[in-house]
Design a protein around this ligand. Structure first.
Ligand code: MN
Ligand code: MN
Length: 467
C-alpha cells in the first residue's frame, strides 16, 4: 500500500467522493458498456412507440423462454412469464425460489415518450397542400418539433375489428414528413414572442402531400389523392382515422455522439433507456432469483400515468394477484414486503444552463445511475419520498456490486420539477425509490445520455432483481 497522509485517509473515509465513471471502469467493463449500448440502439430504433416497444420486448422475452401468463397456471421457481396490456404495456416476471409472501423485486419504467399524436380528424388541405393535424402528447417544447424529419407509426382499428399497422418513414427508402417553420426573413414578429408561445399547438401540422388528383375538378384534390393512396396501401378511409392511434415521431435513428463515442443520441431515451435496462437485466438473470423478479413497462407516464394502460391501472395489481394466487399468497402480503425501483430518467447537469441546477444535488453525465430520493415540484409536491431505509438498502446493494451511482434532484427546488411512476407504486404499499439515467435535452426529439450511465442502470436493475 502506498503511504497516504492522515488527511488523505480522512478524505477517503469521511467525504462522499464520486468519480467520473471512465476513471473507474476497467477495459473489460468498458467493452461491456459499448456492447450493451449496441443492443440498446436496436431497441430504440425498433421501439419508437409504446406499441413497438411492447412487441419487440415480447419478441426478446419469447426468445429467452418467457411464456404468456395464464390465470391459474402453476408457477414454479425459475419460470418466466409475461402479460401484455392492450399492446401498450407489458409485465414480465421470473418466479423466485422463496414464496411471494417474501415480496417481489420490482423494476418499473415507462415506454411512452413525448410526441405528436394525430387528431381524430387529422387530414385537411390548404393551398393545395395536404396536412395532418396533430395533438401533442406529453411535455414537449414545440419549437423543437418543426423543420425536422418525422415518421408516422401506429395502428388504425377498423370497424370490422381488424387492425392495420402503419409505419411510414422509418424504413430505408421511405418518405418522411415534416412540420414547416417560418423563414428568418419573415420571422421578426415570431422571434419577439416567448419561446413557449412562438409555435402554437395548432400550427403543428404535418405536411403529407402536394399532388392534386388528376382529371378532377372538385375541391380538396390533394387531400383526395392522399386518401386514395392510403386506401390503396392500407384499405382505410377518412373515417377510419377516428379509431386510430397514429404517432408522429422523429425519423432518425440512435447514434453515437462525440469523437470518443461515449454518448448516445436518440429519440425516446425517456424512458426507454430504463425500460431496456430493466428488460435486459431480466433476460440476463442466470438462475431463479430468491424473490420473484418483476419488470413493469407502463404506458401514459408522460401524461400522468392515467388510464387503463398507465401505472395507476389495476392491470399491474391483477398481474401480481395472479402470481400470488398460484402460491395462495394474499396480494397485500406480497406488496407490503416488495421493493420497487422506479426506473426513470433524471436531468443531467448541463453546463450550458447552469442556472437551473443546484450543483451539489444534481446528477452528472458519466457518474453512473442517478438515484432520486424524491421527485416532485417546489415543496416536494407530488413526490414519492423514499424512506431513508429504502435508500440505504439500495446504497448497500449497489456498493456491494461496485455499481457506479450518484444521488440527485431534478433541478433547483423553485425551478420546476417532475414526477415518475414512483408515487403510484408507493401508494400500493411498496417501498419505492427512483433511479435512472441522467439525460441531456430531456423530452427533445433528440436526447443525449452517457453509455456508461446506461450500463450502470442495467447493472442496478440486475442487482435489484437478484436482491
Ligand atoms: Mn420519464
Ligand atoms: Mn418524461
Amino acid at each position: 500500500m502506498e503511504n497516504k497522509t492522515e488527511s488523505q485517509q480522512l478524505r477517503e473515509r469521511l467525504l462522499n467522493i464520486r468519480k467520473n465513471g471512465w476513471d473507474v471502469v476497467d477495459a473489460q467493463q468498458e467493452q461491456a458498456i459499448h456492447a450493451y449500448s449496441e443492443g440498446y440502439k436496436v431497441y430504440l430504433d425498433r421501439g419508437k412507440t409504446e406499441r413497438d416497444c411492447v412487441s419487440y420486448t415480447v419478441e426478446l422475452a419469447r426468445q429467452a423462454g418467457f411464456v404468456e401468463l395464464e390465470r391459474g397456471m402453476s408457477l414454479t421457481p425459475g419460470m418466466k412469464v409475461y402479460r401484455v396490456n392492450r399492446g401498450k404495456g407489458v409485465n414480465l416476471a421470473v418466479i423466485g425460489t422463496s414464496g411471494l409472501e417474501q415480496g417481489a423485486s420490482i423494476v418499473a419504467s415507462h415506454i411512452d415518450s413525448p410526441r405528436l399524436d394525430l387528431k381524430p380528424v387529422p387530414l385537411y388541405e390548404d393551398s393545395e397542400m395536404a396536412f395532418l393535424k396533430t395533438h401533442y402528447y406529453g411535455g414537449i417544447r414545440k419549437y423543437q418539433w418543426v423543420a425536422i424529419p418525422l415518421e408516422l407509426r401506429g395502428v388504425v382499428a377498423r370497424k370490422d375489428g381488424s387492425v392495420v399497422q402503419v409505419s411510414v418513414g422509418g424504413n430505408p427508402g421511405d418518405p418522411v414528413f415534416t412540420i414547416d417553420d417560418l423563414l428568418p426573413h419573415l420571422g421578426a414578429e415570431q422571434s419577439k414572442r416567448p419561446l413557449g408561445e412562438a409555435i402554437p399547438a395548432e400550427s403543428l401540422n404535418l405536411l403529407v402531400g402536394s399532388r392534386p388528383l388528376k382529371g378532377d375538378e372538385g375541391s380538396d384534390r390533394v387531400k383526395l389523392a392522399v386518401l386514395s393512396m392510403l386506401h390503396e396501401k392500407y384499405g382505410i378511409t377518412e373515417a377510419d382515422f377516428l379509431s386510430a392511434e397514429l404517432e408522429a415521431v422523429p425519423a432518425f435513428n440512435a447514434s453515437d455522439i462525440g469523437f470518443d463515442r461515449t454518448l448516445l443520441g436518440a429519440y425516446g431515451h425517456d424512458d426507454r433507456v430504463c425500460a431496456y435496462a430493466s428488460v435486459k437485466a431480466m433476460l440476463d438473470l442466470k438462475q431463479a432469483p430468491a424473490r420473484t423478479a418483476v419488470c413493469v413497462l407502463a404506458d401514459k407516464e408522460e401524461i400522468g400515468s392515467e388510464g387503463v394502460s398507465g401505472m395507476q391501472s389495476a392491470f399491474f395489481d391483477t398481474f401480481m394477484e395472479d402470481l400470488c394466487d398460484s402460491q395462495s399468497v394474499p396480494l397485500r402480503a406480497c406488496l407490503e414486503k416488495s421493493f420497487c425501483l422506479s426506473c426513470d430518467v433524471t436531468a443531467a447537469y448541463d453546463p450550458n444552463f447552469p442556472e437551473v441546477y443546484e450543483r451539489n444535488n444534481t446528477t452528472r453525465i458519466n457518474y453512473g445511475v442517478g438515484l432520486c430520493k424524491y421527485t416532485g415540484a417546489r415543496g416536494k409536491s407530488g413526490a414519492s419520498d423514499a424512506s431513508a431505509e429504502a435508500v440505504a438498502y439500495v446504497r448497500r446493494l449497489l456498493d456491494d456490486r461496485g455499481i457506479l451511482w450518484q444521488m440527485g434532484e431534478l433541478g433547483k427546488a423553485d425551478q420546476g420539477g417532475g414526477g415518475t411512476v414512483a408515487c403510484y407504486m408507493a401508494n400500493r404499499n411498496i417501498d419505492t425509490l427512483d433511479a435512472g439515467v441522467p439525460v441531456l435535452s430531456m423530452h427533445a426529439p433528440f436526447e443525449t445520455v452517457s453509455k456508461l450511465d446506461c450500463y450502470m442502470t442495467y447493472a442496478a436493475c440486475l442487482a435489484v432483481y437478484e436482491g
